[in-house]
Design a protein around this ligand. Sequence first.
Ligand SMILES: [Zn+2]
Length: 203
Amino acid sequence: MSRSQGPSSPEIERLIALMSKLPGFGPRSARRATLALLKKRDALMLPLAAALESTAAAIKTCGHCGNLDAADPCYVCSDPRRDSKQLCVVADVADLWALERAGGYRGRYHVLGGVLSAIDGVRSEDLRIGELMERVEADGVTEVIVALAATVDGQTTGHVLSDHLSGLDITVTRLAQGVPMGGELEYLDEGTLMAALASRRAV
Ligand SMILES: [Zn+2]
């Protein structure tokens, strides 16, 4: 009987196809990772399968900020010691994690869900800008910190946010020097990120 899927069994080919959808994985690395899992079935493959299943079941998107956590509201939104009047707007949960790893920020977050992009077809209605405006109003926010990557798309998105927020009686700031052009927050070292936050300036 001939196999149409590839050189391995359909089960293995299916796993390789799924793995190759992960960021940073191509077909070759997906094949290597699949083989490594199969060779360490008890030590790695089954614990990974169990972790994937329990994490998928447990983790929710925070209805306030868009963070990923086992609780909704998330640990940031439900922490009474954090300043609800200060909102840091980030493109992605990865950026929120980067800022939390850096430590020192005591306000809350708002995850936009991306940045505007003509190439990727991301429009302003695809981002959580409406939710941001509602939160600013409902929580009596006094400062919005725009913490987006120093890319053309990040800057364009920052301008659109400033336009939306300009009519309100709040301070809008953005991360200062230290974020290099084209710099994605998630790849900055923690000291640079904290310095950029501390020396943020009004837009
Ligand atoms: Zn939250």
